[in-house]
Design a protein around this ligand. Sequence first.
Ligand SMILES: Cc1cc2nc3c(=O)[nH]c(=O)nc-3n(C[C@H](O)[C@H](O)[C@H](O)COP(=O)(O)OP(=O)(O)OC[C@H]3O[C@@H](n4cnc5c(N)ncnc54)[C@H](O)[C@@H]3O)c2cc1C
Length: 290
Amino acid sequence: MRVIVVGAGVVGTMHAWHAVNRGHEVVQIERESEARGASLRNFGQIWVSGRAAGEELETALRARELWESIGELVPDLGFRPCGSLTPLRTGLETAVAEAAVAGPDAAARGYKVLTAGEARAKNPALRGAFEAALWCERDAAVEPRVAQLALKQALLASGAYTYLGGREVREVVAAASVRDDHGDIHTGDAVVLATGAWLGGLVRELAGPDLPVSRVRLQMMQTDPLGEPLTTSVADPDSFRYYPAYAGGALDALNSGQPQAPTAAAHRMQLLMVQRRDGGLFSGVGEAVV
Ligand SMILES: Cc1cc2nc3c(=O)[nH]c(=O)nc-3n(C[C@H](O)[C@H](O)[C@H](O)COP(=O)(O)OP(=O)(O)OC[C@H]3O[C@@H](n4cnc5c(N)ncnc54)[C@H](O)[C@@H]3O)c2cc1C
């Protein structure tokens, strides 16, 4: 089969990867010369810890497995099985972590509550006072700025892949053909649209005005190299409030007994941090806009 993939972010590139690896021929079309969307600007966290039990967790674990196996073939992806730590400062926060560790899927996530000493042994860069930490062994990270490019180089070497940058797909003209802004028509046996968060134009025409999505706003900051390794990803305990894995009585007690600061609560904020390969810290505040 010949597969036309529109968009060269992580979603389009992974579709291209799997199609080529199943023996198909792929033409990937990207509006910019190289992918320019969220795939380059994200944390690079492969986040298993916060996912809801059931299908969402299974999907996250499968994604981690795929990143790890592809990372062995394409080391420049920068896959790192670094795990994550959430330092806990109060009994109410620790109770949420203990409830998570008592859950039926704790082993699948690699959850453990560590003492402060054990957490510092895993990640000596942790400073300040905390009484315990939630460890999630299955959390991992990749290097988002280079992962797409590394995958693309590996795809080009396959001989079954063509990359067309600087072409915006304007129209799906038949079940498996698209027209780009040069007027060229690309025909295959299947078309995969992976155009990211750009939800106007082509996507709106095809899906209609009521897209089943919600927006999440994230603000990121990258520092100069830290000068020491941050051996694990780090989350703040406010993350418990916004990831579905932690829902339950202990979280209700945290929310009522230790409410989030008003500004943070108004914007539904939580903080995550990961170290990039150059040593810089990549941290960000996520704000859910529902
Ligand atoms: C700040 C931030 C942090 C995040 N952190 C994480 C994280 O740690 N872990 C995680 O799993 N997820 C994270 N995410 C989410 C993740 O980045 C996105 O879900 C993912 O990158 C989406 O990939 P995509 O390929 O769908 O979209 P994009 O990366 O946006 O790629 C879409 C591509 O399609 C191209 N395109 C669009 N329209 C057309 C067209 N008509 N013709 C041709 N090309 C077109 C665009 O130019 C773009 O290059 C984060 C997101 C943000 C913004």
